[in-house]
Design a protein around this ligand. Structure first.
Ligand code: A2P
Length: 315
């Protein structure tokens, strides 16, 4: 299994278990299966609404003692309604309580967008706070404090464009250590990867399999399937692997972390077995040609007329 290295020498397994869309009734078992089958990296977020159920798995597995907390990497994310200075550390503490942990390995600002504290998901422009009201640096400085207090070992961001990263880096000496973004063969993010690599920012790929179980209202009518893409299925046949394993391996080979979500025992096990084979140059070249800038999770939704968000992405 490849590992990503952080600036202080800490390492994180490249393949982790994603928990976005994992149902409350299934996620405890899924995390237990993952931890008992070699996963050492679990990706969570407050807004997924299932951290308490993930926490039950941690409590049970770490309580037994065969697997130690310090050998597992746990990431979580600050939701957009807790960006105000006074809300960041309380939100983090709630996540720690839900996950039944006393520290996180990595904490991320989930989106470069702030909602009013009482809003879980915005429906109108008035549901947002503007960047003037809560500049990202205000939120980031609290993330730095959380690290200094030992509540988290590493801090970073998610869904940040190059421009957003640059803006933040101009205002702080604490460069984010991670940017977690949507990343797969239809959205290869080459420029962002290059920028992050130059600045020692690790990258995690979310929705690596095409995020098939999102609610219907989030899906475009003409949405392409990644798992059924003919290039991917052809390469899968060549290696005697599944299409999912090809997509996971592709991310891992490009030096990013990758967090496929599954609550199915067979697929949880299959996904981590992706670490065991290599794609060759021809495979990588063919997959490189699939890029056409398609997003399954389009943050442009947050750009509402009348709020201050107009440039979520670089292009
Ligand atoms: P399930 O949880 O039933 O396994 P993403 O990580 O891109 O959001 O994709 C998650 C979706 O892909 C879920 O619907 C998940 O369903 C499914 N999935 C996870 N692993 C595989 C796999 N190896 N092959 C096919 N589908 C998979």
């Amino acid at each position: 299994m490849k590992k990503l290295k952080f600036r202080n020498g800490d390492t994180m397994d490249a393949i982790g278990l994603g928990t976005w869309k994992s149902e409350k009734g299934k996620v405890t078992e899924a995390v237990k299966i993952a931890l008992n089958n070699g996963y050492k990296h679990i990706d969570c977020a407050a807004t997924y609404g299932n951290e308490a159920e993930v926490g039950e798995a941690f409590s049970e597995v770490f309580g037994k003692g065969d697997i130690k907390r310090e050998d597992i990497w746990v990431t979580s994310k600050l939701w957009n309604n807790a960006h105000k200075k006074e809300d960041v550390i309380p939100a983090l503490k709630q996540t720690l309580k839900d996950l039944q942990l006393d520290y996180l390995d990595l904490y991320l600002i989930h989106w470069p967008v702030a909602f009013k504290p009482e809003v879980s998901f915005p429906e109108k422009a008035e549901d947002f706070l503007s960047l003037e009201e809560v500049p990202l640096i205000e939120t980031w400085n609290e993330m730095v404090k959380a690290k200094e207090q030992g509540l988290v070992k590493h801090i970073g961001v998610s869904n940040f464009s190059i421009e957003k990263l640059q803006d933040l880096m101009e205002d702080t000496d604490h460069t984010p250590e991670m940017n977690q973004v949507e990343l797969h063969p239809y959205l290869q993010q080459n420029k962002l990867l290059e920028f992050c690599s130059k600045n020692e920012i690790n990258v995690t790929a979310y929705s690596p399999l095409g995020s098939g179980d999102r609610p219907d209202e989030m899906k475009a009518a003409d949405e392409p399937s990644l798992l059924e893409n003919p290039t991917i299925t052809k390469i899968a046949e060549k290696h005697g692997a599944s299409p999912g394993q090809i997509l996971i391996k592709w991310s891992e080979q490009r030096g990013t972390a990758v967090i496929p979500k599954s609550t199915n025992e067979k697929r949880i096990k299959e996904n981590i077995m992706s670490a065991g084979f290599q794609l060759d140059n021809d495979d990588m070249k063919e997959i490189a040609e699939l890029d056409y800038h398609f997003r399954y999770v389009n943050g442009k939704f947050f750009e509402m007329e009348g709020n201050s968000y107009s440039n979520i992405y670089d292009d």
